[in-house]
Ligand binder design. Structure first.
Ligand SMILES: Cc1ncc(C[n+]2csc(CCOP(=O)(O)OP(=O)(O)O)c2C)c(N)n1
Length: 254
């Protein structure tokens, strides 16, 4: 969440959690994933990479390059597309003329599966299969999870300009959390007690997050210039000196 308040781009250690930092340019993460899987292969590791993107991101050139390279070299990547039918205001019908996004897998020579994205159990089964396949050296898969975006893209987006309220309402009954809850209740995995315990723990996490997000971050302006190159080139160094002088001037007492 630190990314969203103008603090460090990644507020955690990606190595420790084995989750890459969020990439804002759409679909670039797919190439990173393919590269990561290639590196793992060269190092003799059995890592499987899960690469996620939206339906809109499938129209980027990077999507093609990443899937093609991964398939040709049989890399251990599971490409997971969350098809929520919109890329901000652009509907899926403007994104592809293919019968489904999963169909794209055929052209790359990898298995493609379309699954109900609001059915957590189905998703787990399909993802598990793709991960096992990748880990046993059979190469990448493409999974399309079909769902629906319930809110506007961001609070700067007015979705009433491009879709009907009724269409959104129709999806409310398919809420994946309610469905998972019903399944777990039926199997008696979830009881009143465990549910209350989970809800209390979730509220604790949310409360901690709110406190952390309201704290004033201590930013060091030079961080902008660190970790870009192993050795900072003269051009960046000049930019840093200009910024540093400006900061010193504005911070100097009048
Ligand atoms: C290369 C690039 N182009 C445009 C944008 C602006 N942008 C941010 S989110 C978004 C829509 C993404 O839609 P989708 O891939 O379907 O993912 P969703 O947000 O619906 O999960 C766009 C166009 C961007 N971040 N990167």
């Amino acid at each position: 969440m630190t990314l969203l308040r103008g603090d460090w781009h990644s507020g955690y250690d990606p190595h420790e959690f084995r989750v890459a930092p969020q990439a804002t340019p759409l679909a670039t993460q797919l190439l990173h994933a393919t590269g990561f899987a290639h590196a793992a292969r060269l190092r003799g590791e059995d890592t499987v990479v899960l690469a996620m993107c939206g339906d809109g991101a499938t129209s980027e050139g990077d999507f093609h390059e990443a899937l093609n390279f991964a398939a040709v070299f049989g890399l251990a990547v599971v490409f997971f597309v969350q098809n929520n039918e919109f890329a901000i205001s652009v509907p899926l019908s403007r994104q592809t003329a293919a019968p489904s996004l999963a169909h794209k897998a055929v052209g790359y020579g990898m298995p493609g599966k379309r699954v109900d994205g609001n059915d957590v159990a189905a998703l787990l089964a399909v993802l598990g299969e793709a991960v096992d396949r990748a880990r046993s050296g059979l190469g990448p898969s493409l999974i399309e999870a079909h769902t629906y975006r319930m809110l506007a893209h961001t609070n700067a987006d007015d979705d009433s300009r491009y879709r009907e309220h009724e269409a959104v309402q129709a999806w409310a009954e398919r809420d994946p959390i309610l469905r998972l809850r019903a399944l777990l209740r039926e199997r008696e995995v979830l009881t009143d007690d465990t549910e209350a315990e989970f809800a209390a723990r979730a509220e604790e996490v949310a409360a901690d997050q709110r406190v952390a997000m309201h704290a004033e971050p201590e930013v060091d302006a030079e961080d902008l210039f660190r970790h870009v190159f192993a050795e900072r080139p003269a051009m960046l160094d000049a930019q840093w000196r200009t910024l540093r002088d400006e900061i010193e001037r504005t911070e100097a007492p009048a």
